[in-house]
Design a protein around this ligand. Structure first.
Ligand code: KG4
Ligand code: ZN
Length: 340
């Protein structure tokens, strides 16, 4: 193997996906994700069950990643792992494993901030996907996060807006639950919304100062609205599912785009990149494209497998930190809440 190539093992275990990836420099050789189905029956992630599943998954997932990349443990240059933010029990599994393996292989250990990784996923070298130029605005939207981040450089970024309550993915999932849809309901709302009228049922948008978001009011509004309608017509959901989904999605997209417009105006930055599981949503993708024509934005959406929780994004941050020789010693510990 060529000596100038850097081989990174990335490990992600912050929530309910156990993932391992191998990168050669910024190129992904493998990206294995074991999603935990166990949570579906509970309608959300159960932390205790998540950490137990990580324990079971981590060895086979890493083995699989090495196999698919066709390299041996001894070829690795460094190990990058998610230190936080996330669920403590889940983070502990990846962190402890990464520390032990780095110690055994006598290679550097690199801690990665999960939120930074969602943003830096754009720097994975992938055919057909351009890397955004600095400075840019990142809209990170998932089941656990909703943030607008001003990105000056790889490791120089600041959160300029975030949710004060629920994350946007939660707004999708909780609304879906009210409509009797299974967890996670975000993709289902998206699906039904495609054939519905987005203006059928207007939901009021929250008033939140600055660039922050709030989604808990929407969830309550959907609940009261549906309860009222079902009282009058027990078949209301069945008869209006597409229109209700389209109206909820329309409201959520409007909330996101309004804040992005504000952020772009205030910062003068027109390069906008999105990340996180909700960036799969067809409505947000369409709205961003429209923004290119309407507001002169240049927008970036990463390859789908790098938007949801995955270890390839942890690996690419590992590679960028490896170049700076930004390594950890064995005293590093997982942290459930961390800022950039
Ligand atoms: O990034 P992710 O896989 O996990 C974390 O939460 O970190 O994001 C999952 C979230 C869930 O809330 C899911 O419902 C939502 O992303 N989601 C969607 C769509 N695909 C996934 N929400 C709306 N439309 C979609 N197409
Ligand atoms: Zn995430």
């Amino acid at each position: 193997m060529s000596s100038q190539n850097v081989y990174i093992l990335g490990i992600e275990s912050s929530c309910d996906d156990t993932s391992a990836a191998i990168l050669c420099n910024d190129i992904v050789l493998s990206n294995v994700v074991a999603s935990q189905k166990i949570h579906e029956q509970y309608g959300g992630v159960v932390p205790e069950l998540a950490s137990r599943a990580h324990q079971q998954n981590i060895v086979p997932v890493i083995d699989q990643a090495l196999k698919q990349a066709n390299i041996n443990k001894s070829d690795l240059s460094a190990i990058a792992f998610t230190r936080g933010p996330g669920l403590m029990g889940s983070l502990l599994v990846g962190t402890s494993f990464a520390k032990s393996l780095a110690l055994a292989l006598e290679i550097p250990l690199i801690d990665v901030n999960h939120m930074q990784a969602h943003i830096l996923a754009h720097f994975i070298d992938e055919e057909g996907f351009d890397k955004p130029e600095f400075p840019f605005l990142s809209l990170t939207i998932s089941g656990g996060h909703t943030q607008i981040v001003k990105v000056h450089h790889h490791f120089d970024m600041e959160v300029i807006g975030e949710t004060i309550d629920d994350a946007v993915g939660e707004a999708f999932d909780k609304s879906a639950k009210i409509l009797g849809l299974p967890y996670p309901g975000g993709p289902l709302i998206d699906n039904y919304a495609q054939s519905g009228n987005p203006k059928a049922f207007p939901f009021t948008k929250p008033r939140v100062d600055g660039l922050n978001f709030s989604f808990s009011g929407l969830k309550t509004a959907v609940l009261y609205f549906v309860q009222k309608q079902v009282k009058e017509n027990p078949d209301f959901i069945k008869e209006n599912l597409e229109d209700v989904c389209a109206s909820i999605q329309y409201t959520i997209i409007n909330i996101l785009i309004d804040k992005l417009k504000k952020a772009s105006k205030e910062t003068g930055i027109k390069t906008i990149a999105i990340g996180g599981g909700v960036s799969a949503n067809s409505g947000i993708r369409k709205a961003l494209k429209e923004g290119e024509h309407k507001y002169g934005w240049k927008t970036f959406v990463p390859k789908f497998e790098y938007t949801t929780d995955n270890a390839a994004m942890i690996g690419v941050v590992g590679y960028l930190k490896y170049l700076k020789k930004d390594f950890n010693d064995m005293s590093i510990v997982a942290k459930a809440r961390i800022k950039f």
